[in-house]
Design a protein around this ligand. Structure first.
Ligand SMILES: Nc1nc2c(ncn2[C@@H]2O[C@H](COP(=O)(O)OP(=O)(O)OP(=O)(O)O)[C@@H](O)[C@H]2O)c(=O)[nH]1
Ligand SMILES: [Mg+2]
Length: 442
């Protein structure tokens, strides 16, 4: 499972600056999904080939009693408890403050692995800046500049060192790994039980450590699946029940572990920012997705129309995903839902041979050439597949950095339609062939 790094510190120490730097590599990927708003507190990081999750706890005020500060403090407290590694940030220019000490006391009680990070140290003597923070009792501080990037790579290496590197993608033999995610009370447990209850649960792994996801293999209509859950699913006799304490981190972790996410929405409620953020995270993770609008049996004509309009407006970036209107309680719509899970999985795992991809690419270019950019006319030569779940199509050619976003989307649509890739995000990467003479000179 991907480690979760949680950034903590008093306001203005540079948490968001570091968060943005760590998650920047993902910006390009999600740029292809217009309308997607990212949750600025939870993100994907990738440094030196290692992938991880990052949480920015925002302006953390321990002990805030009410209002929005209280709610933020509650989220931050939860993130601290669930962190694999805490990065406690302090400001090297401002020096040690009483507020730093108060936070330090709070973090000591959490007894999670922790690194002390002294920020804003560009152009300063590292040993000198670090000295006054020894008093916090967290060992040798790591001295960085989040704004300039100094020491950031070393920081991430150190933070990830205790965690084994992700092993290669799971074998496909076990069938789709499914994560059922959504806000509290949308009916996740009911859906899971409806799916599992009708069929034999083959085995059930108790979580070995708190870091482990629970994997529940099951069969449905003779097909094998594995249900992935890190969100506190408990077994009670024959029934599973979710502990209805919503955890963003655990939701994100189960999405990471899965091939296909089933995003459950409640037909009785407005689509909220939280729904949009979970959806956005699934897209960012590149997972296949099926949307299940639950409690459809309880929605009257008015609510149904309203919800459909709401979906089109607020989750328009999920155009690639199938939407099912279901009743988990009555067991209605589940076959259709699972058929879409199968299809989304197949699309996510599909293998596209280079000749076929290249033919489709060339046909697309013949139909509509990429626009000239100044003196440059991008030349798209051939395509090969660079990965699955999500499918990545790598296009080779010249001057590809001048291909506009709209043309990239045109190609995306063309590939999607031609290969019938319904249910998975698709990524297109451009690789400009370097001048062969330039290589020889090196
Ligand atoms: N000189 C310098 N300034 C920095 C560095 N990192 C952040 N800053 C500046 O410090 C200020 C606060 O940075 P933020 O990243 O917003 O701090 P934060 O911890 O997220 O603040 P809150 O969210 O309010 O708790 C901004 O003006 C940043 O430009 C750094 O490495 N060096
Ligand atoms: Mg901030």
């Amino acid at each position: 499972m991907k480690p979760t790094l949680v950034l903590v510190g008093r306001p203005n120490v540079g948490k968001s600056t570091l968060f943005n730097r760590l998650t920047r590599s993902r910006d390009a990927l999600v740029a292809d999904f217009p309308g997607l708003t990212r949750d600025r507190h939870y993100g994907h990081g990738k440094t030196g080939g290692r992938a991880y999750l990052v949480v920015d706890t925002g302006g953390f005020e321990p002990g805030a009693r009410d209002g929005i500060m209280h709610e933020m403090a509650r989220q931050a407290e939860q993130a601290i408890v669930e962190a694999d590694m805490l990065l406690f940030m302090v400001d090297g220019r401002a020096g040690l403050t009483p507020q730093d000490k108060a936070i330090a006391d709070r973090l000591r009680r959490a007894s999670r692995p922790l690194l002390l990070v002294v920020n804003k140290a560009e152009g300063m003597d590292r040993a000198l800046v670090a000295a006054e923070f020894h008093e916090l009792g967290f060992g040798e501080p790591l001295v960085i500049s989040a704004a300039h990037g100094d020491g950031v790579r070393e920081l991430v290496d150190e933070a990830l060192a205790p965690f084994p590197a992700d092993d290669e993608e799971e074998a496909e033999a076990r069938g789709p790994r499914i994560a059922v995610v959504g806000r509290p009370n949308v009916g996740k447990s009911t859906l899971i039980n409806a799916l599992l209850g009708e069929e034999r649960v083959i085995a059930f792994d108790q979580p070995g450590t708190t870091r482990d996801a629970i994997a529940v293999p099951f069969e449905r209509n003779g097909k094998a699946y594995t249900l992935i859950d890190t969100a506190g699913l408990r077994r009670r006799g024959k029934v599973f029940e979710a502990v209805e304490k919503f955890s963003v981190i655990k939701t994100l972790q189960s999405v990471e572990e899965a091939n296909v996410a089933v995003l459950v929405l409640d037909a009785g409620q407005e689509i909220s920012d939280q729904d949009a953020h979970i959806a956005g995270f699934i897209v960012e993770a590149g997972r296949a997705l099926v949307v299940a609008v639950n409690k459809w049996d309880q929605a009257d004509e008015y609510r149904r129309d309203r919800l459909k309009a709401d979906l089109a407006r607020k989750l328009n970036f999920l155009g690639f995903a199938k939407i099912h209107y279901i009743s988990a309680l009555k067991g209605e719509g589940l076959s259709g839902l699972m058929a879409s899970v199968d299809a989304a999985y197949a699309a996510a795992m599909t293998r596209l041979p280079t000749p076929k991809l290249t033919r489709v690419l060339q046909a697309a270019v013949a139909r509509q050439t990429p626009p000239r950019h100044g003196i440059f006319r991008p030349k798209l030569r051939y395509a090969h597949q660079g990965g699955t779940n999500p499918p990545v199509i790598v296009i080779h050619g010249n001057a590809l950095e001048h291909v506009p976003e709209s043309y990239k989307r045109y190609l995306e649509r063309t590939f999607m339609e031609h290969f019938k890739l319904r249910g998975t995000p698709l990524r297109i990467e451009f690789r400009t062939t370097r001048n062969p003479y330039a290589d020889k000179e090196a």
